[in-house]
Design a protein around this ligand. Structure first.
Ligand code: SAH
Length: 482
């Protein structure tokens, strides 16, 4: 009997960029993905788009899978020949129960690979500007569970040795026990003035850091209502947060932006937003399907070609190549009403007219994507050059983000994006107008603004010029809504 492989992968904490290359490559092969609460939802997009997703963590609306059930599912799916990915936050071997899961697989005779990840105890402080060791301040580091009740089956902590022998300690799962952790360390000889920091939702747009001497850290965490997931760092280097913090200084830190995508091209804008410190969901996700597309008549027979989308340019050039038509022999006008398409055409040596005037009276051909072809009626003929197909993996990421209510900024690049946003929210059972009220909404221009208003909402920002630079400037100067 053939059976599939299982990958037990560490996703890193927060920031989806913290997964290893090997982890990401393994995730791309997955037929089934079993993931936990602390896995960043954006990572789910890396899986093959036909993958099945199984949520294993706790959330109000979803039931919680027992450990045995998770193991049974992995075994059953692998036996059915699937490539299974078990995706865990941080490193799977660090308080991640990967040992139990690997044991179940080994007993079932299923092959598996273990892919390490960056653990929260190191990445969390690093995203707060805190190195866990330092030549002058700390020569040792320990990762310790802060969940120490004996009935949980966790090994007890040797507080005396920890207080005396370790310079920097990261306490996992310790938010609830923070007062007890501080007390025990001090009782066992740790200086009450030792710096300590608690980092909540490290490496995400919701990251918050509190820093205080050990004897006051609980009070400080309470004051700021720090909650799980949070990692506590005790040791001299924790004080470096004040001097070395960097994440919070990024101009768009704190923003989780949904770029409502109407085509694959909005990715450049999303990348800029990321580089300025925002987390970004690009959704809905699309792939471009150009199969089975042919012009309705030989291209040379048209006097006017109107190109509606950037992706159509590639399809057009392919067709010219296949039909052995030299670009120089194309007769008549080439027009477009999309600036990006104009630029793309120019990069191929075709200087088109930028216009939305009606087609020429002679034979005219509209070339564009299926979803926009209702405007093609004015032209003599139309050629659907491609289709945009929704990606299921982006839909899963969107669903989780909406459930967690992480998104606080919506970028709407066009009127068409308004319709898409409405449809997407509807699909997730959310009423758009209400949902948008406490979020920053940007419209790329007056037309998009009008479409939004017609739909009963209003943008907080209407860009004076529909480009990324203006968007970045506006988002930087507009304060985050609570
Ligand atoms: N395997 C994980 C840890 C799982 S235990 C790892 O290696 O990181 C869960 C604990 O990890 C949480 O209670 C919290 O203490 C810590 N943690 C995980 N992700 C975190 C994050 N993004 N920010 C802060 N703490 C985090």
């Amino acid at each position: 009997m053939t059976s599939g492989n299982v990958f037990l992968i560490g996703a890193g904490p927060g920031d989806p960029g913290l997964i290893t290359v090997k982890g990401r490559e393994s995730l791309e092969k997955a037929d089934v993905v079993l993931y936990d609460r602390l896995v960043h939802p954006l990572l789910l997009q890396y899986a093959w788009e036909g993958a099945e997703y199984i949520y294993c963590g706790k959330l109000p609306q979803r039931h919680h899978l027992r450990q045995e059930t998770i193991q049974d599912i992995m075994v059953e799916k692998a036996r059915a020949g699937c490539t299974v990915v078990r995706l865990k936050g941080g490193d799977p071997g660090m308080f991640g129960r990967v040992g139990e899961e690997a044991e179940a697989l080994a007993e079932a005779g299923i092959t598996y690979e273990m892919v390490p990840g960056i653990t929260a105890g190191m990445a969390g402080p690093m995203y707060a500007g805190i190195p866990v060791t330092h030549r002058d301040l700390s020569g040792s580091f320990a990762a310790v569970t802060g969940h120490t009740k004996a009935e949980d089956g966790q090994p007890g902590v040797d507080w005396k040795s920890l207080a005396a022998g370790i310079d920097t300690t990261a306490f996992y799962m310790g938010r609830k026990n923070l007062a007890a952790i501080a007390r025990r360390l001090i009782e066992n000889g740790k200086d009450p003035a030792t710096p300590a920091a608690v980092i909540e939702w490290a490496a995400t747009s919701r990251q918050r850091v509190v820093e205080a001497p050990l004897e006051r850290i609980q009070e400080e965490a309470e004051k700021h209502q720090i909650e799980n997931p949070a990692i506590t760092i005790v040791g001299e280097t924790a004080a470096l947060h004040r001097k070395l913090k960097w994440m919070e200084k990024k101009p768009l830190f704190g923003r989780f932006v949904w770029v409502v995508k109407t085509s694959p091209r909005e990715s450049t804008m999303a990348a800029s937003l990321r580089s300025f410190g925002a987390e970004v969901l690009e959704a809905p996700g699309y792939t471009v399907d150009t199969r089975e597309t042919k012009p309705p008549a030989p291209l040379r027979s048209f006097h006017h070609l109107h190109i509606a989308a950037e992706e159509s340019v590639d399809v057009l050039l392919d067709e010219l190549k296949q039909s052995r038509i030299d670009i120089r022999t194309l007769p008549g006008r080439i027009t477009t009403e999309s600036l990006r398409t104009l630029r793309k055409l120019e990069s191929c040596g075709l200087f088109a007219e930028y216009t939305n005037e009606s087609p020429s009276p002679e034979e005219s051909l509209w070339i564009g994507p299926e979803h926009a072809c209702r405007v093609a009626g004015l032209f003599s003929q139309k050629w659907v050059s491609h289709r945009l197909i929704h990606k299921k993996n982006t839909a899963e990421a969107t669903a989780v983000l909406l459930q967690n209510d992480w998104i606080n900024t919506i970028v709407i690049p066009s009127s068409q994006a308004v319709h898409i946003l409405w449809k997407e929210l509807d699909r997730h059972g959310i009423s758009p107008v209400k949902w948008l009220t406490n979020k920053t909404v940007t419209a790329h221009g007056p037309e998009t603004q009008k479409t939004l208003q017609d739909a009963g909402a209003a943008p907080d920002i209407t860009l004076s010029s529909p480009d990324t630079k203006t968007l970045l400037h506006e988002l930087r100067t507009h304060s985050l809504q609570e």
